[in-house]
Design a protein around this ligand. Sequence first.
Ligand code: ZN
Length: 322
Amino acid sequence: MLDGFDPTVEGKHLYDLRPLVPADDTLKEDVICIIRNGEGPTALLCGGIHGDEYEPQVILRQLIDEIAVEDVRGRLIIIPTINPPASQRGSRVSTIDGQNMNRSFPGNAEGTGTERLSAFLHDVVFPLTDLLVDVHSGGGDYFVVPMIFGFTGPECGVDEAGLDRIMDGWGYPIVQYVEGIASTSAGASPLVGVASVEIEGGGGRAVKSSELAIMREGILRGLHAYGVLATGPGGMSRPPIRVAVSAENNHAAPSEGLIEHRVDLHDRVEAGDLLAVLHPAAGRTGAALEIRANGPGIVLRQRARFFVGKGELICGTGNLRM
Ligand SMILES: [Zn+2]
């Protein structure tokens, strides 16, 4: 457990996460911050579960500085970087055990470094929480449009209609509907009574100020709409585009190769439209493979690197919901 950890005290308190990762004694300090101001719901902002997704980590660390105790109604928990052994080494997955933390839930308090961090979130922090906000971005491998999706369950204090209101309150351009995965943070929390939203945006190895601004405003607007922050930025006037995503929306590489994208993020496509061509990475011919859309939709996610391995995602789309 963390030194002096007491999530019930009023005020703003920070606790060092390093005792959770005894396998690596070279880590610099990363923290969990708890801001409590009277009675009210508890929201948990969590970033860096994928270590190389830095937009959330930059924003959440700034919010620890900026959000004052009197701005909060209830309790706000901020963990800028829940996966220090990945984040501090520029890696998506843990450098201790090679595990993808977002496939390691519910975790194991006696397990590997990644499993211990997951178990802390699942066993210690989720029981304090009413709404999990799991913040992701494209990281090193993808460009992603700003979008939000969420999950709830019978034990959660937020029903489906309430979840839609929370997601609409974010003011993001795209709300996505997708099946939850129980080994992810946002998929595991509803199983223990904690509704969740996951937000995406940015990526491609560089942090862009325009994408930081969208993510930051969305977080502040969403937390205000939920009631944990007393004030927030104004809402966006346009209603979000709602999309459904299933396996057929993932257009993967049939072989390894070099991607040339033929569409941009947010583009509308029809079935059969050319999404990308895949150039050979070696050999005597330059003949390229065509990657065509499985169905109509909107482009949500694109691989950011030129080289792609067999089976890796090239382009992800979403089907418009009427
Ligand atoms: Zn991620």
